[in-house]
Design a protein around this ligand. Structure first.
Ligand code: 5AD
Ligand code: SF4
Length: 579
């Protein structure tokens, strides 16, 4: 039996205790010597389940491990260190985790130094860590959502003490800045704006696993986003369990709409956010979304149920009527906005009438997509204690009825896109066929189309040719080289030197410079014509010299030669790449 040290184990009761003060600090990453030595020549692998918050945690863990000297691998069997980042939101997410842990036994058999770590929301549940250590003694380290930034110190402990360690904290949480991270790609990025959730919907485990809601400071978020814009990212997704309550914990008038505007002003081509709590979606938010072209006109707006009585039992703080009223206000200002949602079917004792209300709401709102779930009891949440009179069979049957309604509205939205052209952010070649690319339109719809892989990460126009329920087929609406050149021009405009040269080109095509050019040409002609007439030639020479001086002294034109050098070099490089 492996030795296990329980440094800390979670308690759902403690997780419920909330204090209003939240500690904030900047992490100055130091890699322990032992970890540094261990990492030499070793590979790490991370498998993440669940939502974007977990994906962002993966990026941060990859940042720490890369700093320590580990190299990433996508092949689990060749890993010397593996992390399984778990989700607790529904039972089926948990079942997958056990399968994944089992698959790593062979790594340990083949390599006694192999380390398996399990972290994430599921580890924050009572009893899970102990169960893992008993069932899978080759799990070297168990930690939770609150100590991701202590990863290297915890690995150091495992190596130093030569035993398995369980260190899962149950506390309201803190805000740590200065986290290293290796982002999953260089065109779309997730940025946390707040952590945790204070809503305590009765079915949901998130407030227990991720702690109390705490916002990052606006200046830290804006600085992170600015770095991403300067690095050429095309899309930022601002993340929070409930973005609409962002900043309310500062009690100083900060709102999510203000943050959203500040990030939009940075000029990121596409800006999105997840997830919105309906009743906190303010008019200020609607105004801000409508005002900025770069804020995607797509809103994920989880309703969970279309029945006011069911919503009440779920602990959601709005009624069916209030939800519909907010949707109407949003659509009045942004008629073409795409709305998506989350719906839970089979909440304890959901009646046929309540379910019918969900169906009619889904039809009325006409979502362009929806995530539908069968209710899954989560230990420690209030709903899990309810005695439920609805059979599994009824729940499945209702689920299928709901799916059919969603497919109808989803299909109608997709069909309406056929024949139209959309800007698509290219995600890259599809796994099945490398010649087929896929990407998301502004309304969140996935479009597949044939095209060269160098378009990955570019925003390009694609014409939709065929509609399927969950995806669309399309074709490139312009020469891919032109799309690529536009993308490169955009990236160049972000470069401090090359960007200056773009401004020069823009300036030279401005009317005042065109006039100057015409004057210059006319003066040159006059100079030539005046040859043979001494007085006229003297005057023409003076006029020509004056224009030359004007051109030389112009701050923009004076920089021309300095700027065209690097521009030409970059353009030649691009030509080579494209060839
Ligand atoms: N059972 C089923 N679905 C759930 N969700 C959250 N908790 C549960 C649960 N216990 C769904 C909600 C939420 C989404 C992320 O997961 O719809 O919006
Ligand atoms: Fe869970 Fe409700 Fe918070 Fe969403 S708002 S994370 S459903 S408790």
């Amino acid at each position: 039996m492996a030795k296990v040290e329980y440094v800390s184990i979670p308690s759902m009761k403690e997780a419920r205790n909330r204090v209003d003060l939240c500690e904030r600090y900047v992490d100055h990453v130091e890699v322990p010597e032992l970890v540094k030595r261990f990492a030499v020549g070793k590979k790490f692998y991370i498998k993440t389940f669940g939502c974007q918050a977990n994906i962002r945690d993966e990026e941060v863990m990859a940042g720490y491990l890369t700093m320590a000297g580990f190299v990433r691998t996508e092949d689990p069997r060749s890993a010397d260190l593996a992390i399984i980042n778990t989700c607790a939101v529904r039972e089926n997410a948990e079942d997958k985790v056990y399968g994944e842990i089992g698959s790593f036994k062979i790594n340990r058999t083949n390599n006694p130094q192999f380390l398996l770590c399990v972290c994430g929301c599921m580890m924050q549940e009572e009893g899970k860590a102990e169960f893992l250590e008993k069932t899978y003694p080759y799990v070297s380290l168990v930690f939770g959502t609150h100590n991701v930034h202590r990863l290297l110190a915890m690995l150091n402990d495992v190596l130093k003490k030569d035993k398995n360690i369980v260190n899962v904290l149950s506390f309201p949480g803190e805000v740590v800045e200065g986290l290293p991270s290796v982002r999953l790609n260089d065109y779309e990025a997730f940025v946390n704006i707040s952590y945790g959730c204070d809503k305590f919907c009765t079915y949901c485990i998130v407030p227990y696993t991720r702690g109390r809601e705490r916002s990052r400071k606006m200046e830290d978020i804006v600085a992170e986003c600015r770095t991403l814009v300067e690095a050429g990212y095309k899309q930022i997704t601002l993340l929070g369990q409930n973005v609409n309550s962002y900043g309310l914990d500062f009690h100083d008038g900060t709102t999510f709409a203000k943050l959203l505007a500040a990030v939009a002003e940075l000029g990121i081509p596409r800006l999105r956010f997840l997830t919105s709590y309906p009743s906190q979606f303010t008019d200020e938010m609607i105004e801000t979304m409508a005002k900025y072209d770069n804020i995607q006109k797509w809103l994920h707006f989880p309703v969970q149920s279309g029945s006011s009585s069911c919503l009440k039992r779920m602990g959601r703080r709005y009624t069916r009527e209030e939800y519909l009223e907010i949707v109407a206000r949003i659509r009045a200002k942004m008629p073409d906005i795409a709305l998506t949602t989350d719906i839970i079917v089979g909440f304890p004792n959901e009646t046929e009438e309540e379910f019918a209300d969900t169906l009619s709401l889904a039809e009325e709102v006409s979502y362009s997509a929806a995530f539908t779930f069968i209710y899954s009891p989560r230990g420690g949440t209030p709903a899990a204690r309810l005695v439920d009179g609805v059979s599994d069979e009824t729940k499945h049957e209702r689920f299928m009825r709901l799916v059919r309604v969603i497919e109808k509205t989803t299909g109608a939205h997709s069909a309406a896109m056929v024949g139209k052209t959309f800007d698509v952010l290219v995600e890259g070649p599809s796994k099945k066929n490398s010649k087929i690319l896929s990407g998301y339109a502004e309304n969140g719809k996935l479009i597949n189309f044939a095209g060269p892989s160098y378009l990955t990460g570019c925003i390009i126009p694609v014409k939709v040719t065929e509609s399927k329920t969950y995806s669309l087929r399309g074709e490139l609406a312009e020469d891919p080289l032109v799309s690529k050149a536009r993308d490169i021009a955009y990236l160049m405009s972000l470069d401090p030197i090359l960007g200056e040269s773009k401004r020069l080109i823009d300036a030279l095509s401005a009317p005042e410079y065109r006039k100057l050019g015409e004057e210059y040409a006319a003066a040159k002609v006059a100079l030539a014509k005046s040859l043979g007439n001494e007085e006229e030639h003297r005057l023409a020479k003076e006029r020509f010299a004056a224009i030359q001086t004007k051109l030389r002294n112009d701050p923009i034109l004076a920089n021309e030669s300095e700027l065209t050098g690097p521009t030409k070099a970059a353009l030649n490089e691009i030509k080579d790449i494209l060839q």
